[in-house]
Write a protein that binds this ligand. Structure first.
Ligand code: GLU
Length: 439
């Protein structure tokens, strides 16, 4: 049975590169009806932090990458020591103080020197990169157990991958240089080695490795920015893999059907914020308004806007009004701020453009007429507005833009009468009556 694992160290937040590694492992398991194991590599007691662990687990749950088993290396120190002891007894390892060191000669199974190259090579096959070879002379004796009793990464990793019956190790290409060392450990322990697949790095726009300096790298930051987990997963999927026919919006179930590790590119994948935003906007538009509203309530709360007691039918109208203009959940806050505040903040540029020519008379009249409407809604507000325009003998464009600025603070936005309807009669009437025109 296919068994794969994602093995993060809780020494930092869940990075989007890590999330993509987790996703490809998850897809590999699902595509083959296998199992996905989450293994926390917390052998470094000083650098491993509870908050990072919590954040990794939360991030995985948020992304929908459920696991079949969860292990923590800190619970398994006795197992690593037992295997190190076995190697000592067999003479394959030696002690240096308290540390246990593997004799590389005990583990290396060396291939014939390859043509034109006189030094012996250690060769392995990678499912993405094909044949990878290392010069044996570069592989030195290595620490298995450190003098403080904790296992070294390569040793704990091999013991666990073997005992957990991992069939394929899928991880970032930054681990390629660890693979020959790990193969030597498998050999020394008498364990069968798994298959390997090393994923290309995620690059930033300049072609360098994605790093904090160039923007968000933690999954939790993308959540706070208002990306949907389905959209982020969809985007991460496209980094290094083309799911077929250049299709960009791919559901997880379609991805599971089409996934093949062999189709992953060798070359690094460039991260594009614009593409991620585009995908997020697609997912937002596809979502039905009630579900989107439900999702927005806790999001708004985290950003200081409490909508829990807001009339739910009205809230859904508001969401519907701005949904097609949203790229992220955060845009909802920007587009609707004018509805939830008493004092509308007017954008200075919009003011300069539309609230300098004095239209007090028109505004007062409009305000009074709207005040008289019994059943205030999109249709009745529009009818009242049009009647007044006709009466005054002006073009509607002479009033529409300045009214929008007075009501919303912005010069662009959804339809004016829809905006009035969601804002409600009282605020609409009041804002029009109170608008000051300044030259
Ligand atoms: N703990 C290692 C890391 O976070 C895991 C590497 C591996 O998958 O073997 O990079």
């Amino acid at each position: 049975m296919a068994r794969v694992r994602f093995a993060p160290s809780p020494t930092g937040f869940l990075h989007i590169g890590g999330a993509r590694t987790a996703l490809f492992n998850w897809l590999y398991a699902k595509a083959q009806g296998g199992q996905f194991i989450l293994r926390i590599e917390d052998t470094d007691r000083e650098r491993s932090k509870r908050e990072y662990l919590d954040e990794i687990l939360e991030g995985m749950q948020w992304l929908g990458l459920s696991w079949d088993e969860l292990h923590k290396q800190s619970d398994r120190f006795a197992i690593y020591r037992e295997h190190a002891q076995r190697l000592l007894t067999q003479g394959k390892a030696y002690k240096d103080g308290e540390a246990v060191i593997l004799k590389m000669s005990a583990g290396l199974r060396v291939d014939q020197p390859i043509a034109g190259n006189s030094s012996p090579q250690l060769v392995f096959y990678d499912l993405i990169r094909d044949k990878i070879s290392f010069e044996v002379s570069e592989i030195k004796d290595q620490v298995l157990i450190k003098s403080d009793g904790s296992p070294a990464y390569n040793f704990a990793c091999v013991v666990d991958d073997a005992l957990m019956e991992i069939s394929c190790v899928i991880r970032g290409e930054d681990h390629i240089s660890n693979t020959p060392k790990q193969l030597a450990i498998y050999e020394a322990l008498g364990f069968k080695s798994p298959k390997f697949a090393h994923l290309p790095l995620i690059l930033d726009a300049e072609g360098g490795r994605m790093s904090k300096r160039h923007g968000a790298v933690a999954v939790s930051e993308y959540r706070r920015m208002g990306f949907l987990p389905q959209a982020l997963v969809n985007y991460l999927m496209l980094l290094g893999w083309s799911p077929a026919h250049n299709q960009e919006i791919v559901s997880l179930s379609t991805a599971i059907k089409n996934f093949s590790i062999k189709k992953i590119n060798k070359a690094g994948a460039a991260f594009s914020m614009e593409k991620l935003e585009w995908i997020n906007a697609q997912y937002l538009r596809q979502m039905d308004t009630p579900s989107l509203t439900k999702m927005l309530i806790p999001f708004a709360k985290e950003h200081g806007l409490d909508l829990e007691n807001f009339d739910s039918a009205r809230l859904e109208n508001i969401v519907h009004l701005v949904k097609s203009r949203m790229t992220t959940l955060k845009d909802f806050l920007a587009w609707t701020e004018f509805i939830f505040t008493d004092e509308v903040k007017i954008d200075p540029q919009a003011r300069a453009q539309y609230l300098t020519k004095n239209k007090s008379k028109e505004f007062q009249l409009l305000s009074q007429r709207l005040q008289q409407i019994k059943d205030f809604n999109l249709a009745s507000a529009e009818e009242t507005f049009r009647k007044l325009i006709a009466e005054l003998g002006i073009q509607s464009s002479e009033l529409v833009h300045s009214v929008r600025v007075a009501l919303t603070g912005k010069s662009v936005g959804p339809g004016l009468f829809e905006t009035m309807a969601v804002l409600g009669k009282e605020k609409t009437v009041q804002r029009l009556a109170r608008t000051r025109f300044q030259q």
